[in-house]
Design a protein around this ligand. Structure first.
Ligand code: SF4
Length: 481
């Protein structure tokens, strides 16, 4: 393992065109560390943006202990920022495929996404992660539904269908930090659909529960999906803690016990608070490696100084912990054996987590769960839709329009897909995602935006009752148009 890491560093040292370093690291099982950085606004000149990016790149490529690279995120803070593929094109061409570039579907039509993919091809960018995109604090369901979201599955399929001289290394994301069975299974089934649509690796949503990371890796291996997994970790600041508490970071939740730890840390001096965050990051990084993750992506360390400190601490932790048991004892002690699941939902895929030997591939039995029962009114609605609309996907969109509006909340899209979505209209999702849940769903299954339940949970519930969950992983649902 060490030799592979050194070989990869050597290839970079000789300043030769590096091919796809990121892909090679993942394929050879070399633990890789990515530092997240958002594309800046257009008020910066290309020259200034390139200068800042070059500083970060110089810092990450100078690290010798392990392969380190950048993860350039897309449409994270503003829709008027540069797109990540444009920003990445400011990097020297020979290094571009050392890094990971995101493609966000937020406020992006299918056609524009095609343009971004073409831009990636012409800039020789191969490592692309497709995401559907997230809402921003203060946005309502109405604001979001007025925007176009290009669903990650559609982006992956477009990438798969694009003829390129050098094949893409396509990635997807998954929210594994969910504590209700419907939300977690919906999320995992969607990830499997992404794998079936061409994703070759996955990055998890940021979270702090190592047991959930262990569960996701174990579950996927048990299902025969051995694609590389990268865990997204977050270096916390007091501002970020506040944002998480205010629910302003879609898909990220902290438990009451963990919040109590953070509140205690917030009483420390600024430097002590920071030291506590770096120690937690070290432990999480070492844990991810021992749990079988192929790498980590760190949010919140996006200056050359923070990257240097975090990389040094991570390299030290990777040497400090050599067995899962040794790591788990220290991690549980550091976290004061806190309950990392929020009080209202406690579901884990397996009961026995964060134990065993490093690299152990045996899987404990899955935790049993009960599929929630539909209320009487919902059952009646479900039966009525199945009885009245068995073939609406083959009929003119306007046929039975009022009945569809009354019984299925039809929003009048031109491509009815009710029979393919368990007779629930996916146009009710504010982002109009048809193929499954998004990463912003809250831990208990509530929609990222507003207080309604995610429509994809009702679809999962119905598919689970009818033993049709395979359709959630295999059937591609086209957009509504
Ligand atoms: S309905 Fe579900 S998939 Fe759609 S935005 Fe809300 S949480 Fe995401």
């Amino acid at each position: 393992m060490e030799n592979s890491a050194n070989n990869i560093q050597l290839e970079m040292n000789f300043n030769t065109p590096s091919g796809n370093r990121f892909r090679r690291c993942l394929e050879r099982g070399v633990f890789t560390v990515l530092f997240e950085h958002s594309a800046p606004g257009r008020e910066l000149t290309d020259q200034e943006a390139a200068r800042r990016l070059a500083q970060l790149e110089k810092q990450v490529l100078a690290i010798r202990d392990m392969p380190v690279a950048l993860a350039l995120t897309d449409r994270k803070n503003s829709d008027s920022s540069r797109r990540a593929v444009e920003y990445a094109a400011l990097l020297p061409e020979k290094n571009r495929n050392a890094h990971l570039i995101y493609l966000s579907g937020r406020n992006t039509s299918q056609e524009s996404m095609g343009g971004l993919i073409a831009q990636a091809v012409s800039s020789n960018l191969s490592n692309l992660v497709a995401v559907s995109g997230e809402s921003r604090p203060g946005e309502t369901s109405k604001n979001v539904s007025e925007m176009e979201f290009c669903e990650s599955i559609n982006t992956l399929r477009s990438m798969h269908n694009t003829t390129v001289p050098q094949p893409f290394f396509a990635g997807a994301t998954v929210n594994g930090h969910l504590n209700s069975a419907p939300a977690l299974y919906s999320s995992l089934f969607k990830l499997i659909k992404k794998f079936n649509s061409g994703a070759e690796f996955a990055v998890t949503q940021a979270g702090f529960d190592m047991a959930q990371l262990d569960a996701v890796r174990k579950y996927l291996s048990w299902r025969g999906y051995h694609q590389a997994l990268i865990a997204r970790l977050m270096l916390l600041t007091p501002e970020r803690v506040e944002k998480i508490i205010a629910n302003a970071m879609p898909g990220i939740t902290i438990s009451e016990d963990f919040l109590a730890i953070l509140e205690k840390e917030l009483q420390f001096s600024a430097s002590q608070f920071e030291a506590a965050q770096y120690r937690r990051l070290e432990l999480q990084a070492a844990g991810c490696k021992l749990l079988g993750y192929s790498g980590i992506q760190i949010a919140g360390a996006d200056t050359p100084q923070k990257i240097a400190i975090a990389a040094e601490r991570i390299a030290r932790a990777l040497k400090e912990f050599t067995t899962l048991q040794q790591w788990a004892d220290e991690y549980k002690f550091y976290m004061a054996r806190s309950d990392m699941a929020p009080a209202d939902e406690h579901f884990y895929l397996f009961e026995d987590l964060l134990t065993g030997k490093t690299g152990d591939t045996s899987t404990p039995p899955l935790t049993e769960f009960t599929v929630p029962e539909l209320s009487f009114f919902k059952r009646c609605g479900d039966m009525a839709r199945r009885f009245l609309f068995p073939e609406v996907d083959t009929q003119d969109a306007d046929e039975r329009r009022w009945l569809k509006k009354l019984l299925a909340g039809c929003r009048g899209c031109r491509n009815c897909r009710l029979p393919q979505t368990q007779f629930y209209c996916t146009e009710r999702c504010p982002k109009r995602l048809a193929n499954g849940i998004c990463g912003g769903v809250r831990h208990n299954g509530l929609c990222e935006i507003g207080n309604q339940s995610c429509v994809h949970l009702a679809i999962w519930q119905s598919a689970e009752k009818r033993k049709m969950c395979d359709t959630l992983e295999n059937n591609f649902i086209p957009p509504g148009n």
